[in-house]
Design a protein around this ligand. Structure first.
Ligand SMILES: Cc1ncc(COP(=O)(O)O)c(C=O)c1O
Length: 400
């Protein structure tokens, strides 16, 4: 899905938005209680179930990914409930904070940032819980702060074997980038946000709820109002929302999901995987150490920990000389790593874009995908050396 001649946002999200999707938002508004809106919402809901690979309800909230996760947590739990939270990065840590804010009793399973969570640790804790006191297991699938993809399938298996606990999944940077087969893996609650794999601007959150999750909803006593999913479910049956929705984002979502459906799930996942592999191969070829191991690499975000050159200097050169925005490290990794959206959502654009330095354009395509600047850089030996050299104070110009 090419982008044309725009400043290139290669942070893990928001992602660039395809022109067709941008234009969809420029339409005049319609009433959100109209038949026209309901028709759009019906279509969107059908697409969402397809993307989530589920027959479960997939509810749409005017909220970011955090709001969707918080909704998932507070709708199925009660104060004092014991929850097992996996954390190997910033977002795992965030779910601990949310749980604590609502008076839940948190037990942590941790791994170092950059390493995957160990499914055996979940299995051991859950097996030891013969009293079935653990009410939920909370896992971040793709940990955006480190570029690690946790083994959700294996963790979900351990949760299913426990029999009582629900599994609540942060799929904010995995949904739409790799397969999250909700029904096959028995995922009870899965949360995501619009500014990542969905290729639309921030503002919408999505929560899928299994029958078991709805059963837990009936006994959950945590306080909720705007994020009470009951009214969303009731309204969704009539293809409407309990509160005024961001109508323009619904226009955008309909188009974006339609594009994804045209491409097909396999096409979407293999495209992300191909670009992830290309990004990682390019970083290796440039002797830039990858932060996450090959076997646990996120399809959406690649984190790099450069040696001998400042991560922030690379980010600065990429921003100033190439118009490419990369993300920095978070918390203790600030200044130590940079992170880039290898592929999430929109995968490239048709033209190279450093017009300020170079009057020429550099079309570059690769196997049907438009190759993003890393690939182009990598295809010209010495090119990235130039970037590194520039970080160290030397200059570089447009390659001929
Ligand atoms: C894995 C993950 N979880 C949660 C969030 C939070 O989402 P939001 O910023 O939309 O609230 C993000 C955002 O980057 C994320 O990457």
């Amino acid at each position: 899905m090419p982008m044309d001649d725009k400043f290139m946002l290669m942070i893990p999200g928001p992602t660039p938005v395809p022109e067709r999707v941008l234009l969809a938002q420029a339409q005049h508004l319609i009433g959100h209680r109209s038949g026209e809106f309901s028709q759009i919402m019906g279509e969107i809901t059908d697409h969402l179930k397809w993307l989530h690979q589920t027959q479960n309800d997939v509810l749409i909230l005017a909220a970011s990914g955090t709001g969707a996760m918080e909704a998932g947590i507070i709708n199925v739990l009660s104060a004092g409930d014991r929850v097992l939270v996996g954390s190997n990065g910033k977002f795992g840590d965030r779910w601990v904070k949310v749980c604590e804010a609502f008076g839940l009793t948190v037990e942590l399973i941790e791994a170092e940032w950059g390493q995957p969570l160990d499914p055996a640790a979940f299995e051991a804790t859950l097996t030891a819980d013969t009293a079935k006191a653990i009410k939920a297991v909370i896992v971040t699938h793709s940990e955006t702060s480190s570029g690690v993809l946790n083994d959700l399938e294996a963790i979900a298996k351990a949760v299913k074997a426990h029999g009582e606990a629900l599994i609540i999944v942060d799929a904010v940077t995995s949904l739409g980038a790799c397969s999250v087969p909700i029904d096959d893996w028995g995922l009870d609650i899965v949360a995501s946000g619009s500014q990542k794999g969905y290729m639309i601007p921030p503002g919408l959150g999505f929560v899928s709820m299994s029958d078991r999750a709805w059963a837990a909803y009936e006994t959950s006593t945590l306080p909720k109002f705007y994020l009470d999913l009951g009214p969303y479910r009731k309204s969704a049956v009539k293809n409407t929302t309990p509160f005024t929705p961001p109508v323009s984002l619904f226009f955008a979502l309909k188009v974006a999901l339609g594009m994804m459906r045209e491409e097909g799930l396999e096409g979407i996942f293999s495209r992300h995987q191909r670009l992830q592999q290309a990004t990682r191969a390019a970083m290796k070829a440039l002797n830039l150490p990858l932060f996450a191991p090959d076997g646990s690499a996120s399809p959406a975000v690649t984190a790099v920990m450069p040696e001998g050159v400042e991560a922030e200097a690379i980010r600065s050169v990429m921003r100033k000389q190439f118009d490419i925005a990369l993300a920095g490290g978070q918390d203790h990794l600030k200044g130590q790593i940079f992170r880039m959206r290898a592929s999430l959502g929109v995968c490239g654009r048709s033209r190279h874009h450093h017009r300020r330095q170079c009057p020429r354009s550099h079309p570059h395509s690769f196997g049907g995908d438009r190759l993003y600047p890393w690939g182009w850089v990598g295809s010209s030996p010495g090119r990235f050396d130039g970037v590194l050299g520039n970080c160290k104070g030397t200059s570089f110009g447009c390659p001929r």
